[in-house]
Design a protein around this ligand. Structure first.
Ligand code: 2HG
Ligand code: ZN
Length: 461
């Protein structure tokens, strides 16, 4: 291709890996939302921070928009390139750069997969505790960009808690070395935390120093069958009071039906309205007995209708598949995804109102609920029926999300708990952030990205 801007890029970054084949534009231009038609200008695969910096400077000179790109497992369209942008794919920058045993940190490049980080930490006898189903495909750069959460937030918090340092090439082309692995640093604005969750609108993360911790004690994994959400919350309170939880995740019978249809095995004979995968410390006999006692106490109350207790790692994995397999199992319906948060205490009331709202609003669409109880984070997947056209489906989902956003506003919740705003949730940002807050965010974006080259059109306009 003879685009003069690309000729200038080749000159500015000699030896840069550039892809312009239609199949590559298609592949790198879309993410897991699969709702936009990819149309990037080209794909750049830099191999170093210097190359990233040179790309950003070129983008400023040429006024070309950049889309930072990791595993593209995002569910909000944050990595979509549909308007002639240059995709900056970070997959070649995927190395572990350093491990420090005293600091207990791992310094990595942004394109490294989350699972590779887990393995590198485990090789040192330590744990990087952020974890979720896309671990094999998602990259740390994207985790930072969305402040990714996942299945262990109840114990360890979000990605934000585990970032000891970041190197960021800002939209203006400056390389900032933020916090440098310090534990304490009371020296003004912590710019590291601005970059975390910015969805690539302030700059490109070129290096991250991750905190590590002790590996968790051996865990007990249970699958619980429950009659109602109110009871589920009671079981949660009981388990949390008695045990050290590592995870407490829920799904409904619908979610279960989809994962079973997708090949998972069902430990129960009967169908139940709600299910929980609970995992907690079970290092010794006392902790194992406490787990059993909590389970039996809830059984006696009639709260738990049925239960399966994993007897091996393999069985634990089978139980986890029932929860973690949902996204993949429903993917063929190209779901419209809501990823909402309310305070944990507000969950039962919110859920009841949201269920009533969605039941009425989507008489023809199947809605699959699941999520992270301990974090107040609910995933609502609206499945697109085969006989409903894309446009009609998205229009209806958009209208209903307006109503959901109003409900969230009333409950003081958030339109995105962990997936980010991207393109999908951009129209509803004001349900979570005030006008004054958005104005401040816009001002910050203007300072770090004065020419608006960093992921324009995402998060807010
Ligand atoms: C999960 O918790 C992920 O499994 C994906 O956040 C949620 O597919 C979804 O809506
Ligand atoms: Zn989730």
């Amino acid at each position: 291709m003879n685009d003069p801007r690309l000729d200038a890029l080749r000159q500015a970054v000699p030896g840069l890996h550039l892809k312009t084949d239609p199949a590559d534009l298609e592949h790198y231009g879309r993410d897991w939302t699969r709702r936009w038609t990819p149309a990037p200008l080209a794909i750049a695969l830099p191999g170093s921070s210097d190359e990233v910096q040179a790309i950003v400077r070129w983008a400023n000179a040429q006024r070309v928009a950049l889309v930072p790109s990791g595993g593209r497992t995002g569910l909000s369209g944050g990595a979509v390139a549909a308007h002639g942008e240059l995709v900056v794919g970070l997959e070649r920058m995927n190395r572990v750069l350093a491990f420090d045993a005293v600091d207990r940190t791992l310094t990595v490049q942004p394109g490294i997969a989350l699972q590779a980080v887990h393995e590198a930490a485990a090789a040192q006898g330590l744990l990087y505790p952020v974890d979720f189903g896309a671990r094999g495909s998602c990259s740390i750069g994207g985790n930072v960009a969305t402040n990714a959460g996942g299945i262990r937030v109840i114990r360890y918090g979000n990605t934000r808690e585990w970032i000891a340092g970041l190197k960021l090439v800002t939209g203006g082309g400056e390389l900032l070395d933020l916090n440098r692995g310090l534990v304490k640093n009371s020296s003004g604005y912590d710019l590291r935390h601005l970059a975390i969750g910015a969805e690539g609108t302030l700059g490109i993360v070129v290096e991250a120093t991750l905190k590590l911790t002790d590996p968790p004690p051996p865990a007990q994994t249970m699958l619980l069958a429950l009659p109602s959400f109110e009871v589920l919350m009671r079981v949660f309170a009981e388990f949390r009071a008695r045990l050290r939880l590592q995870a407490f995740e829920f799904l409904t019978d619908r979610g279960l039906r989809h994962v079973l249809a997708h090949g998972a095995g069902n430990p129960f004979d009967d169908v139940h309205p709600y299910y929980v995968v609970a995992e907690f410390d079970a290092a010794d006999e006392a902790q194992q007995a406490a787990g059993l006692a909590a389970f039996e106490a809830c059984m006696e109350q009639g709260w738990i209708l049925d239960g399966a207790i994993a007897q091996s790692q393999a069985q634990a994995q089978q139980l986890w598949r029932l929860r973690e397999g949902i996204t993949e199992a429903v993917a063929r319906y190209r779901p419209y995804k809501n990823d909402v948060a309310v305070r944990i205490s507000a969950m039962p009331a919110f859920l009841a109102e949201a269920q009533a709202l969605l039941g009425e609003a989507y008489p023809r669409f199947e809605v699959v609920w699941f999520g992270h109880i301990g974090d107040g984070n609910l995933h609502i997947n609206v499945l697109q029926p085969d006989d409903v056209a894309d446009e009609a489906f998205m229009a209806q989902c958009g209208r209903v999300t307006e109503l959901l956003a109003d409900l969230l506003r009333r409950h003081g919740g958030s339109i995105s708990a962990e997936h980010g705003i991207g393109l999908v949730k951009k129209p509803y940002l004001d349900s979570t952030r005030s006008t004054a807050e958005i104005a401040v965010m816009r001002g910050i974006r203007g300072v770090l990205d004065p020419n608006g080259v960093m992921n324009p059109g995402k998060l807010f306009d």
